[in-house]
Design a protein around this ligand. Structure first.
Ligand code: CA
Length: 218
């Protein structure tokens, strides 16, 4: 559940989270959001500055629900006091606007992981990507990746077997609004292949010309 009155941020969150396979419901006011929350709602991404009611009130109300969802607050204020108040009101985590989508997704994963008590990792054949420790292994041998390489690998491994469009990789790994050259992406793909692929063997990451990249299933 996303409760956010800013249409740009709200629609971007909805699209990004749906792209990650989450079932998303987006409300633009506290009243609408509260009436849409279900006992099955795992996580509420909650803007504090809502038109009809302070987000902190919503947070307190959510906290009082029997099937209490995780709450991730978004605050444009960026003031420590708001964050402290939010956490006191029962929020589980917070992000200060403007935030990067990759950062938001990491927080969302952590929150939903807490909600269902699962360990967060991807296994693609002999490749294991552990999101908790940010450790990557191939056949139990550690692979050293730089932060962006790791984020890129996560984006590909999460969608293993499916093509991930270049724009989505750029958006998810680098920034919410990326208008720069896509050369950076190609360089990081090259680096990943160099670190992950056996010399002379077939690459784990296929190039789908004009579209994007795909991590192939074994
Ligand atoms: Ca707002």
């Amino acid at each position: 559940m996303v409760i956010e009155d800013d249409a740009g941020i709200g629609s971007s969150l909805e699209r990004t989270l749906e792209g990650q396979g989450y079932e998303v419901s987006w409300s633009t006011s506290a009243a609408e959001g509260m009436s849409a929350v279900r006992p099955t709602t795992a996580l509420v991404v909650l803007d504090l500055g809502l038109p009809d009611r302070d987000g902190l009130d919503v947070c307190r109300m959510l906290n009082a629900e029997a099937a209490r969802p995780q709450v991730l607050i978004l605050t444009a204020r960026g003031e420590e006091a708001d964050v402290v108040l939010g956490l006191d009101a029962g929020a589980d985590d917070y992000l200060v606007k403007p935030f990067r989508l990759a950062e938001l997704l990491a927080r969302v994963r952590a929150c939903t992981r807490r909600a269902d008590g699962e360990r967060d990792r991807f296994v693609v054949g002999d490749l294991v990507v552990d999101l908790d420790t940010r450790a990557v292994t191939i056949d139990d041998v550690p692979v050293e990746l730089r932060p962006k390489e790791f984020d890129l690998l996560v984006a590909l491994a999460r969608n293993a077997g499916r093509v991930v469009r270049r724009e989505r990789l750029l958006e998810e790994v680098w920034d919410e609004h990326w208008f720069g050259s896509t050369k950076t992406l190609d360089i990081h793909i090259w680096a990943l292949r160099r670190k992950l692929d056996a010399p002379g063997g077939r690459s784990r990451i296929s190039t789908v010309r004009g579209v994007g990249y795909r991590m192939d299933l074994p």
